[in-house]
Design a binder for this molecule. Structure first.
Ligand code: PLP
Length: 381
C-alpha cells in the first residue's frame, strides 16, 4: 500500500510506511521464517526478490523502509546489533587507514575500535568532538578517511555540531558517520545536516521495549562505494537480523514518535527537578539552558532532547550507589530508551574510563513523570 509522500513521522511509524498483508488481508505484515525460497518448473524464482534469507527477507525490508523514511534517508540497513552495524561500517576501511573518533563515547564502541584498529594497523585518533576547534584540527592533522561522532553522547551527554563536523570531515576527504542512538530518528536527522551515514543501536528507543537486539545504518547516497561495500559485507559476512527480531522491531517502531515525545517531556521535567536539588552537584542534559551544548542541540534537534541524562550527586561513589539502591521505580540495569526507566552507576561498570564515581545515568521511560520525580525525591533523601 503506498502512502502519500508528505505524511509526518508519527503517521509513517503508526502505519509501518503502508505495510499490510494483502494475501490475507491482515493489517499487520506476517513473519516469514523460511530461509530459502521456491523456484518454478522453468527454474525462475516465484518471487524474484527472495532467494535466501541471508540477504532477502520481506519483513526486514519493511522495517528498513520505515526506518529510512523516519531518518529521511534513501536506504537503511538493519543488523543484529548496534555493534554489528558499527563493525560493518569500519570493516570497509583498508588496513592502515586513519580514523578520527569522538572521545568519551559509548564504551563498547571505543573498546572494539581500539582492538580493531590495533589489529588492522589503523591510526585511531580520539578527540573531544564537542570542541569544534579540536575536531577541525584533528581532521587537518590526521587526514582521516572516517570520522565518527556520537551526539548526544553516552554517558556524558556531550553535543557535537553535526553540520560543522560534516564540513571538517569532508574537507579532509573523510566520511562522517553519526551515532544518533540517544537522539533517535524522531528528534534528529544527521543526514539532513550533512552526515554521510547515520548509525543507531535499534536495541534502544527504536525498538523501545528492551526485548530486541538490533542495529541500523542509513544513508542518502546508496550508490557510494562505502555503502555498496557495507551491503556486500552484510550479505557475505552474514551479520543479518532474523525475521522475528525484525517483526518485533517493526511493531515497536509504530509507537516510536509517541514514546520519544513522552520520554523527552518527562526527561526535561526530571532534569529541571534534579538541577534545583540541594544534593545534586550537576545535571548533564542538553535540554537545560546551562548545558554547554544547549544552543547546538536546540538548533539540530527538534521535539525534545531525548530520554538519556546523567547527574552528579554531592559526595562520592558510596553516596551515588546509596541513591541508586534506594530507587524503587527505576530499574537498576544497563541500556536505555525502553518504556521502563533505568538507572545505572557507570563507574561500577567501567571503572577505568574516567567516569566520575558520583555520576548516575538515567534513561527516562514513559511512566508518569510525577511518579518518577517522587521516586528520585525519596532516593535523594
Ligand atoms: C547500546 C549502544 C551501542 C551498541 O549497540 P548494541 O545494540 O548494544 O550492540 C552503540 N552506541 C550507543 C550510543 C549505544 O547506546
Amino acid at each position: 500500500m503506498s502512502l502519500p509522500n508528505d505524511i509526518k513521522p508519527s503517521t509513517i511509524a503508526a502505519q509501518a510506511a503502508g505495510a499490510v498483508d494483502l494475501p490475507s488481508g491482515g493489517v499487520v505484515p506476517p513473519v516469514q521464517p523460511s530461509t530459502t525460497f521456491l523456484r518454478d518448473e522453468s527454474y525462475a524464482l516465484i518471487n524474484p526478490d527472495n532467494i535466501y534469507s541471508r540477504d532477502n527477507s520481506d519483513i526486514v525490508r519493511i522495517a528498513e523502509t520505515v526506518l529510512a523514511r523516519l531518518e529521511r534517508a534513501e536506504e537503511a540497513l538493519l543488523f543484529p546489533s548496534g555493534m554489528a552495524a558499527i563493525a560493518a561500517l569500519f570493516r570497509t576501511l583498508p588496513n592502515g587507514a586513519s580514523i578520527v573518533v569522538q572521545s568519551g563515547i559509548y564504551w563498547g564502541t571505543v573498546k572494539w575500535l581500539r582492538d580493531f584498529s590495533a589489529r588492522r594497523g589503523m591510526a585511531l585518533h580520539e578527540v573531544d568532538a564537542a570542541d569544534p576547534t579540536a575536531l577541525e584540527q584533528a581532521c587537518i592533522d590526521h587526514t582521516p578517511s572516517m570520522v565518527l561522532v556520537e551526539t548526544p553522547s553516552n554517558p556524558w551527554l556531550k553535543t557535537v555540531d553535526i553540520a560543522h563536523a560534516a564540513e571538517c570531515a569532508h574537507k579532509a576527504g573523510a566520511v562522517l558517520a553519526v551515532d544518533s542512538t540517544a537522539a533517535t530518528p524522531v528528534l534528529q536527522q544527521p543526514l539532513e545536516l550533512g552526515a554521510d551515514i547515520v548509525m543507531h543501536s535499534a536495541t534502544k528507543a527504536i525498538n523501545g521495549h528492551s526485548d530486541v537486539l538490533a542495529g541500523a545504518l542509513a544513508t542518502r547516497a546508496p550508490a557510494a562505494q562505502i555503502w555498496t561495500d557495507i551491503k556486500a559485507d552484510r550479505h557475505d559476512a552474514g551479520a543479518v537480523i532474523g525475521p522475528f527480531e525484525a517483526w518485533l522491531l517493526l511493531r515497536g517502531m509504530r509507537t516510536l514518535p509517541l514514546r520519544v515525545e513522552r520520554m523527552s517531556a518527562s526527561a526535561m521535567k526530571i532534569a529541571e527537578y534534579l538541577a534545583a536539588h540541594d544534593w545534586v552537584e550537576d545535571v548533564l542534559y542538553p535540554g537545560l539552558p546551562s548545558h554547554p551544548g544547549h544552543d547546538i542541540s536546540a538548533r539540530q534537534m527538534s521535539g525534545g532532547f531525548g530520554s538519556l541524562m546523567s547527574f552528579l550527586v554531592k559526595g562520592g561513589g558510596a553516596e551515588a550507589l546509596a541513591v541508586v539502591g534506594r530507587l524503587n521505580l527505576f530499574h537498576r540495569a544497563t541500556s536505555l530508551g525502553g518504556v521502563e526507566s533505568l538507572v545505572e552507576h557507570r563507574h561500577t561498570i567501567e571503572p577505568h574510563t574516567g567516569i566520575p564515581e558520583n555520576l548516575i545515568r538515567l534513561s527516562v521511560g514513559i511512566e508518569d513523570a510525577g511518579d518518577l520525580i517522587a521516586d528520585l525525591k525519596q532516593a535523594l533523601g
